[in-house]
Ligand binder design. Sequence first.
Ligand SMILES: [Zn+2]
Length: 143
Amino acid sequence: MSNASEDTTPLGETELHAFAAALDAREAALEGEVRDVNAVDQADREGFAGVAPDLVDVAEHRRGEDMRHAERERDELELAEIGAARLRMAEGVYGQCTDCGEPIARARLQAQPWAARCIDCQEQHERVHGHAVPIVATGADNR
Ligand SMILES: [Zn+2]
């Protein structure tokens, strides 16, 4: 009762709804971000066309573009994780670690409603695969 981060009692329906709403909100925010990035990209390209830029501008332009692309990639990755979390919700396995099947601590879900793994498995996963790896199953589960 004292340590909220260790709280792994099953999620109630009200809580599931709250997590579903959190996923919706996060998804909407991310979709807005991707739209914004795309709009800047578009405006950048159009503003760039037809002018004779000097090399500094070109370098600047490329940097901005790279940053936007990295940002979009992160956003899209997170959107995929949110989609996967929704599927788990539909299947009734939301809040269970996809690796070990143990319940994911409530505090972790509250911080990251799309979390697919318990903290132990996530750390293990990042040790093996590095950070920012898509949650999508590859089917290549070689030992
Ligand atoms: Zn686990």
